[in-house]
Design a protein around this ligand. Structure first.
Ligand code: ADP
Ligand code: MG
Length: 730
């Protein structure tokens, strides 16, 4: 029996980094370089710059003050320099025999006591100097640079021999300044002496541009493929059926619902509804992102889209990321739709993980048999046991909270008998066998984090975007204030004042990801503190304007049972609780118009979009509302640079689009969208915000590639298969 040789430690480390194929190794590019090709003189060395020089050892000693260290005195070019090592082995002392010539590399510091260098890299002098810049790779513990360097170079060699770097783009269609891929990779792993470091580091070198161009083209090709595939998938055309009956109750839901809304739709709402409605009547699946700032009124748009779907005789599902939010939708939409559905023998079903078995069983039956015209719930909706009779439209609220897989699962739920259409297309490039009936529901995703257009185009495979760029009338802007932690007492007085005015208050405590317990103690502690501070406020009141009832402070956090969460939220909605202390579980979607003050504790720890979302919980009624950002200074008595940028942005603007733009600038696209959203590392090399010219080139070339050079297009995609095509479709 052939035994498999166990992997060595560095091999395991490579594997962990995903570097197990020649291609993966070859594409693992250095993140910086060092220039060891020259020796320079101590005389011309600049403070703080790295320098490599040779010198003679004059003396060495171990001293114990101010700290144990090895001090080596060296002489070069008539200057002395002190080398200091704080971590050293006794055996290292041998290296520094008096009179020995050494080659040293490090950063020079000057000072009162002459030149010095901490922890330089030490070699014996006189070895030939390297001819190329030294690449430094992203690595991990136990993986030496020298090992990874060797592995990468052999990866490049093998991949080249395998023909993996043959051109896959017709030469005449390329931008002019690109290097051939093979040369580009060889160069980037071993740049010649004299190459300007900055062109490598800011990735403007023509070798870098080749990689970016290839990557962007691959992305465009797979997006186009996804779009072609979708254009051949069938979806139910959701046309409103003409009703035979003349009864009033059988008018289309869309009409009745519109009429009974307590407000007029905004122009923006009417426009996006039109965009959605005209997609829904087509027999190709809609794939649309509805983005609109917090409070722009996405829910009613969702409700009217659902109504169109139900009018056409199909089921609609609405999925929200938290049970609180889902339940709020359920309440609102049931209120609007149940009376209208009831007369047709239809209902709104509720589905979550926490519900009672009996209720769940009933819901599952209603869904499978089709009485549940609208299904509202959490992730529970995409579980396997949920079988729709005929799902026509799937709506995902706060879609950025869901992973790509979850969206895909929902799309495959149209009918239980459905083939998994996504996978079938994998092998067949762009031709689709449409003889089998495979229906997919229309998909409407909603988000309050607007994504700039260029970014949306490069991150989402295949998506149309509708934008609500207008808030409903009658909103008073939220006043945002910064409070330092030591003004907490003053803040509590404000809380009291709001309550006495009959308003309600949110007090949000941060979620500290590393420490759930700390997170809870934070919220519970604040809860106790506020409960104490507000005790008796109800009876005594200030200046005789007291409340007739007691003041209640509620607590809400993610570790509570769903039932308890719901009860607390309900009490807050009904005004039985005046102050709600909570972790970020209320971040998305919650709508309590009587809340007029939002306090965000440790605001410096929150992300910008998150702060904006939280602030969006107030200012929903007609009363003047305030958002207080309570911040604490860090260890050094300062806020971090990014924290103060975020807080400043919150003070300067309330425009969700502007906030998104700033957030993107602060965090960069990868983090902004979150790994789940962007499908891990969709783009490794290119930056859709910077490489606009290459992006445009790739966009215009992709159609030609598919139509005229399909073989090359497939080869190109295969090379860049590191980008997962499933993700690109979602
Ligand atoms: P979001 O876009 O953040 O999901 P919601 O759908 O929760 O916003 O709407 C916020 C509030 O605005 C709700 O109370 C909703 O009833 C109300 N609303 C929505 N559309 C309008 C409108 N056209 N006129 C007045 N109020 C509206
Ligand atoms: Mg919402």
């Amino acid at each position: 029996m052939a035994s498999v040789k166990p992997l060595s430690a560095p091999q395991k480390a490579l594997h962990k980094l995903g570097l197990d194929s020649p291609l993966a190794l070859a594409l693992h590019l250095p993140f910086r370089y060092e220039d060891d090709t020259q020796l320079s003189s101590l005389r011309t060395a600049q403070q703080g710059e790295p320098i490599q020089f040779e010198a003679e050892v004059l003396s060495h000693e171990v001293v114990y003050r101010p700290k144990r260290q090895l001090k080596v005195e060296v002489l070069s070019d008539g200057l002395t320099c002190t080398l200091r090592f704080f971590n050293f082995y006794p055996s290292q002392l041998k290296q520094f025999q008096v009179g020995v010539q050494l080659r040293l590399k490090g950063e020079i510091r000057g000072g009162m006591f002459g030149l010095s260098m901490m922890h330089p890299v030490v070699q014996i002098a006189g070895a030939p100097l390297p001819q190329t810049l030294t690449p430094i790779y992203a690595s991990s513990a136990g993986l030496a640079q020298s090992y990874i360097r060797k592995a990468v170079l052999s990866g490049v060699k093998k991949a080249t021999e395998l023909g993996l770097f043959e051109p896959s783009i017709p030469a005449s269609l390329e931008p002019e300044d690109l290097w051939p891929l093979k040369e580009a990779l060889q160069f980037l792993h071993m740049p010649e002496q004299g190459t300007k470091l900055h062109t490598l580091e800011d990735q403007t070198h023509p070798a870098w541009r080749r990689l970016k161009a290839e990557e962007l083209l691959a992305q465009q090709l797979s997006q186009m493929k996804a779009r072609l595939v979708r254009s051949q998938v069938k979806a139910p055309a959701l046309k409103i059926k003409a009703k035979e009956s003349k009864k009033k109750t059988s008018r289309p839901l869309v009409e009745s619902l519109r009429e009974q809304l307590p407000f007029q739709l905004t122009n923006a709402q009417t426009r996006v509804l039109q965009e959605i409605a005209s997609d829904l009547v087509l027999s190709t699946p809609m794939h649309r992102l509805l983005q609109g700032d917090v409070g722009s009124g996405k829910t009613v748009v969702a409700a009217l889209a659902a109504a169109q779907c139900i009018d056409a005789g199909w089921q609609c599902a609405l999925m929200a990321p938290t049970e609180i939010l889902a339940h709020q939708h359920f309440e609102k939409l049931s209120l609007w739709l149940e009376p209208l559905l009831g007369v047709q023998g239809l209902k709104v079903a509720w589905l979550t993980g926490s519900q009672k078995k009996k209720d769940k069983t009933q819901a599952l039956i209603d869904i499978e048999q089709g009485q549940a015209a609208l299904v509202i719930g959490t992730h529970a909706i995409i579980q396997e046991q949920v079988k729709f009779k005929h799902l026509g439209l799937a709506i995902i609220d706060e879609q950025h909270r869901f992973g790509v897989e979850q969206r895909l699962t929902l799309r495959k739920k149209s009918k239980p008998t459905n083939e998994q259409s996504g996978e079938r297309f994998e092998q067949t490039a762009v031709q689709v066998d449409s003889s089998k009936e495979a229906l997919e529901p229309h998909l409407l995703m909603m988000s309050a984090t607007p994504i700039p257009r260029t970014l949306a185009m490069s991150y989402f495979a295949d998506l149309d975007v509708s934008t609500l760029d207008e808030l409903p009338p009658g909103r008073t802007p939220v006043v945002t204030k910064l409070f330092a932690e030591h003004k907490r007492q003053e803040l509590i007085e404000r809380v009291k004042y709001q309550i006495l005015q009959g308003f309600q208050v949110y007090w949000v405590c941060p979620l500290i990801e590393e420490s759930e317990t700390m997170d809870l103690s934070n919220a519970t502690q604040t809860h106790m503190e506020l409960a104490q501070a507000l005790e008796g406020l109800g009876e005594h009141g200030a200046e005789g304007q007291g409340l007739s009832k007691d003041v209640h402070v509620g607590l809400l956090h993610s570790k509570m049972h769903e039932q308890d969460k719901k009860a607390v939220m309900q009490a807050f909605k009904e005004g039985k609780i005046q102050v709600l202390v909570s972790t970020t579980v209320i971040e998305v979607g919650v709508d309590v118009p009587n809340a007029s003050l939002m306090v965000i504790e440790h605001a410096e720890r929150f992300g910008l979009s998150q702060l904006h979302q939280l602030r969006g919980r107030v200012g929903r009624g007609s009363a003047a509302s305030t958002c207080v950002l309570l911040y604490a200074l860090g260890e050094h008595g300062r806020l971090s640079e990014t924290a103060s940028q975020r807080l400043k942005a919150m003070l300067q603007t309330q425009d969700g689009f502007e906030i998104a733009k700033r957030d993107l600038e602060i965090r960069g696209p990868g983090e902004f969208l979150g790994a789940r959203q962007s499908g891990a590392s969709l783009l490794r090399y290119a930056d859709p915000l910077l490489d606009v010219d290459l992006m445009q080139w790739a966009q215009s070339l992709a159609p030609t590639m598919w139509s005229t050079y399909p073989q090359m297009a497939l080869a190109h995609l295969a090379r860049w298969q590191t980008m997962r095509s499933e993700y690109l479709k979602a």
